[in-house]
Design a protein around this ligand. Structure first.
Ligand SMILES: Cc1ncc(COP(=O)(O)O)c(C=O)c1O
Length: 354
């Protein structure tokens, strides 16, 4: 039986959220109707949407002047929407290339204008976060990826930014405190710390919009979705509902500060074993190590079969590295209990003892 789910996304969600979500699929709000068969404009669903938005604002301390949206198309759609809504005609934007997802965002920006790459860690297979660059003030915006899911690197600090700052927080949103006021757009696919795939959270500062001089197609215009409270078209009701439940779970737990400490404890436990155990080595530069995705290799490939058998038999799943990085990746999102991390650490110790 698989009990310890280290998948990178879609990934582990709190058990009680899954129970509540499955009950709502059969009988939502005690009306004998399923959550997924009622109108998104019905009172009960509008209440879900309102609550999800209120929880995002409360948990992240979102200041006034920002809109919270639940959109579709994944974080990948935001790669384009950000450029579409912020890049002026013949404009420029600055990016740092920290891996596959950042590169995809750069590609979309280049389809509308010029993406200047200020820092690039591809020389070392993205195992560090570029630093020491200066963001020019004459670009339309600066874009970064706070946590690089595939390579296990995480920005511990954000640079001084003399222009608009945009961040893809898909794989670490709600895992640690962030100062939302430092950012102009934050976006994140739901399928890590929030809920099932199918909705994307966007937090956008209202006053930055409508200044590009370009004609934006209706569905790609953030203002369309702001003016219709994320209901310009039928919203993905189930992912939004489950996200709301997960955010409520996080609030009940004590919020982002409490989960931040729990995530730090989990990361400390696993990195300490990687650094101690001669059979393993971490791939990310130490100062840039992610608390969400821990990437590591076996130092002795002849142990691979034994290790794979042992973690499999311990009920661990989802720790194979991404195909472009290889090795192993243990993703430890908010819902992962430290007990599961301990199981992995015990397997690593046992491999050494064998
Ligand atoms: C950091 C990051 N950005 C963007 C994406 C792409 O998200 P989506 O599949 O929702 O388009 C991912 C997916 O894992 C991701 O980890």
């Amino acid at each position: 039986m698989k009990r310890h789910n280290f998948s990178a996304g879609p990934c582990i969600l709190p058990q009680e959220v899954l129970k509540q979500a499955s009950a709502a699929v059969l009988n939502f709000n005690d009306d004998n109707l399923s959550l997924i068969e009622i109108s998104h404009r019905s009172k009960p669903f509008v209440a879900v949407m309102d609550k999800a938005i209120a929880l995002v604002k409360e948990l992240l301390n979102v200041p006034k002047g920002y809109s919270v949206l639940f959109l579709q198309g994944g974080a990948s759609m935001e790669f384009l929407m950000v450029a579409m809504n912020l890049m002026k005609v013949d404009g420029k934007a600055a990016y740092i290339n920290t891996g596959t997802w950042a590169k995809k965002a750069i590609t979309e920006a280049n389809s509308l204008g010029e993406a200047i790459v200020l820092g690039d860690s591809s020389d070392k297979n993205y195992n560090y976060i570029p630093k020491g660059y200066t963001i020019p003030s004459d670009v339309d915006y600066f874009h970064c990826t706070s946590n690089n899911t595939i390579y296990g690197t995480q920005m511990k600090e954000f640079p001084h930014c003399p222009t608009l700052m945009v961040c893809d927080m898909s794989s670490d949103i709600f895992s640690r405190k962030v100062e939302v006021s430092k950012f102009d757009i934050i976006y994140a696919g739901a399928q890590k710390n929030m809920g099932p795939a199918g909705t994307t959270l966007v937090i956008v500062k209202d006053k930055i919009l409508g200044k590009t001089g370009r004609k934006i197609p209706t569905m790609l215009d953030y203002n369309t979705h702001i003016s219709k409270d994320s209901m310009f078209n039928t919203p993905p009701v189930f992912p939004i509902y489950v996200s709301m439940l997960t955010l409520q779970w996080l609030k009940d737990l004590g919020g982002v500060e409490v989960i931040d400490k729990m995530n730090q404890d989990k990361a400390d436990l696993l990195y300490a074993e990687i650094d101690r155990n001669p059979l393993f080595e971490g791939t990310a530069a130490k100062e840039d190590r992610s608390n969400m995705n821990v990437c590591f290799l076996l130092t002795n490939s002849s142990k691979e079969e034994a290790f794979n058998t042992m973690w499999n038999e311990s009920g661990i799943s989802g720790i194979k590295g991404h195909r472009s990085a290889g090795g192993y990746r243990a993703s430890m999102y908010n819902a992962m209990p430290i007990e599961s991390v301990q199981v992995l650490v015990d397997v690593m110790k046992k491999l050494e003892q064998n």
